[in-house]
Design a protein around this ligand. Structure first.
Ligand code: AMP
Length: 414
């Protein structure tokens, strides 16, 4: 992350104060990442922003630095002044660690609140007084209802991984929490994707936000052996079981589009004697962690996942990625297959494509600028593989040019 061209501004040129710059230097952050370079000046200026960006882009510092700076010195007369909501305990801890590191030279205090543990320590911490709360929605709402967390003094609100928060069913809790905050506050929303429900939330809680899109660096798809099987939807489960007879498929992630399908595929594999776990947003935090651990340690040979649930999961040694269903967003294909071929290893990605998915396949081939080798079944006539010259003509190409990708002018703050 530190190899940004030298003509990029420094943190101090973005307006970041000296004590914060010192903490960044101590962590060897020499240059702001693109999202930091764009977001920090706007946030220091008090604007609301929507950041379409994934974890790994440096988004935590992009919001933590301006918030730390705007809070300045501790003032706890009206309770905490900044609130960050995150979907999972891991992310909340990661964000809190970021605040602690970047704010090492400030006197600001922070509480990190999440479920699955006793609330005693969290309540004590809140009672002693904090400037910043980083929380998962469920536990925070519990504490609010018990009178342990008063949020009437919040001036800065961050919703991180908003799409995942919605996917995990936190939308009502999030809205209840927001209803308890003062109207006059700065609000930031980060999300890797912008489904309609996130757009609605954005419209409801942000004031004339500026939109910042950070497209993740594409993985080196060339190093991954990719192939496609043309197969009827009904024959997919059988094909998957047949493929699993090959023991070289020793650590496999199978992607489905829906949570329901993820469960079905995992159940089907288990019935066939293949150790498999499903991971998706309907599962509890504990269940997701157990499934992931079982896969990491090799007890489960297969992890069946939806796109959002798989985000941020970093398991080394994944031998194969199988797209049981093709994603309707071609970028998701690139994210999915990037799960294999980590750390220089070469990986294999197999995709099952039924008649209803041909269009998705064409979009993917247009995006990665190469045809995918056919390993089974026949490419239907009339569906030609995309050649590099065709890029930009397919749906994927049009999508790239959609105004929302570059920020909708009407939404920008004047
Ligand atoms: P995030 O997207 O916030 O989870 O950040 C991804 C990783 O990049 C974290 O490990 C950060 O510590 C690191 N990072 C964030 N900003 C910078 C920067 N400007 N220079 C170097 N590393 C960074």
């Amino acid at each position: 992350m530190s190899n940004h061209p030298s003509n990029h501004p420094s943190f101090s040129q973005l307006g970041v104060a000296e004590p914060l710059c010192r903490a960044l230097a101590a962590r060897n952050y020499h240059r702001p990442t693109p999202i930091q370079a764009r977001a920090i000046p706007l946030l220091l200026d008090g604007r609301d922003i929507v950041g379409v960006a994934q974890t790994g882009t440096g988004k935590t510092a992009a919001f933590a630095l301006p918030i730390l700076q705007l809070l300045g010195t501790p003032d706890r007369r009206n309770g905490p002044r900044a609130l960050v909501l995150a979907p999972t305990r891991e992310l909340a801890i990661q964000i809190a660690d970021g605040f602690k590191a970047y704010g090492a030279n400030t006197k600001l205090r922070l509480a990190v609140i999440f479920g699955g543990v006793s609330q005693r320590g969290q309540v004590d911490r809140l009672r002693r007084g904090v400037d910043i709360i980083v929380a998962t929605p469920g536990r925070l709402l519990d504490l609010m209802n018990q009178g342990h967390a008063a949020l009437g003094g919040i001036q800065h609100l961050v919703l991180d991984e908003a799409d995942r928060m919605l996917d995990m069913g936190f939308i009502r809790d999030v809205r209840k929490i927001i209803a308890a905050l003062p109207h006059d506050r700065q609000a930031l929303l980060f999300s890797a994707t912008m489904p309609a429900a996130v757009e609605r939330l954005t419209a409801d809680i942000l004031h004339r936000p500026t939109r910042i899109d950070i497209v993740p660096k594409a993985v080196a798809v060339e190093s991954i052996r990719q192939s496609v099987h043309f197969v009827d939807a009904k024959a997919k489960l059988g094909l998957l079981r047949d493929l699993m007879a090959d023991q070289r498929l020793s650590r496999v992630i199978v992607f489905t589009r829906t949570k329901h399908r993820a469960n079905r595929v995992a159940d089907n594999l288990v019935k066939a004697g293949i150790a498999a776990e499903a991971i998706h947003g309907n599962k509890s935090q504990g269940a997701r962690q157990r499934a992931l651990e079982s896969f990491r340690q090799g007890r489960a040979r297969v992890l069946v996942a939806t796109d959002i649930a798989a985000r941020g999961i970093d398991v080394v040694g994944v031998t194969h990625v199988i797209n049981f269903e093709l994603p309707n967003e071609p970028e998701s294909y690139v994210h999915r297959i990037g799960r294999t071929a980590r750390a220089g290893a070469s990986g294999v990605a197999l995709s099952f494509c039924d008649a209803s998915e041909y269009a998705f396949l064409r979009d993917i081939e247009a995006l990665i600028r190469m045809p995918i080798t056919v390993d089974g079944g026949e490419r239907p006539s009339g569906v030609v593989s995309a050649k590099p010259a065709q890029r930009g003509r397919g749906r994927a190409g049009r999508q790239r040019n959609r105004p929302r990708r570059g920020g909708r002018p009407a939404r920008r703050a004047a």
